[in-house]
Design a protein around this ligand. Sequence first.
Ligand code: ZN
Ligand code: ZN
Ligand code: ZN
Length: 297
Amino acid sequence: MACLFGHRWNGCKCERCGKIRDEQHVWAGCKCKRCGKTRDEQHDWKFCRCNRCGKKRNIDEIIEQSTLADIAEYGFDCSVRMQAVNKILDQSLLTNIAKKDPSDLPKNINVSYISLQKDNNADVSFAAVVKLTNEASFVDVAKNSKSPKVAQYAVERVTDQASLVDIAKNAYCNKHIGEYAISRVTDQVLLAEFATTKYRVGGNRLLAMQDIGLREHAISRMTDQALLTEVAMCESGSGAVRKMTINKLTDKITLTMIMNGDKTKFVYGSSSGSTFDRDMVEIDLRETARKRLAELE
Ligand SMILES: [Zn+2]
Ligand SMILES: [Zn+2]
Ligand SMILES: [Zn+2]
């Protein structure tokens, strides 16, 4: 025995024989820097595991909303992530999880887990959107979610007419979400505004095609002849949209007026109202009105 006549203590550890005593530890959080002993306090939690001592904890023990959100967003185990979502009540955290891009992956993820993690991300986002309760959050998610399933669920929960138009104009996800939003709009004035207002600046060809599709959708939902006439006569509106609208008019006096109008001989129509589209074509609205009148005879 090296220390027959007494140890030479340096805090918790004997410098001569290495014996440990349970006093004067040098705590750094949960672990003693000198002897490595751990205690069950001041852990450095990363998700469900302590960074410093490796202790694991059950998700049931976690109450901090922001930690739960981290687990939900960046955890690896899908069932644990789902449990985390189920424990989150904070609406803004849930909104962020619902809007999360499915291709947003944890750092250093193993290549073979990438597609699984993306699938899991979509499931976790859906679990989050289901827990939302306020309309503003649904609008936010409908516009910004990159998952069609999540966005659709959100649109279904929005009833405010102006918000639905806002979603149609700004849905990130796809044309389908925009159309779905418009199909829930009944307000004739909002539909007319949507059909005539330029709402996308720049953009690309795909967006331009989506625009015209959405406008068609809006016009198909319009029944108010006075408003349809306004859309048909709107000089700044897209030629294609105006043509489509003329074909829904039933008032012969209006149609005759368009047929004889000075400014409706040719308009330049693009496949969208945007100035970006280069495929401008001449559309003869007078001829359109003439054919429509003949149809009504
Ligand atoms: Zn000793
Ligand atoms: Zn120690
Ligand atoms: Zn620890």
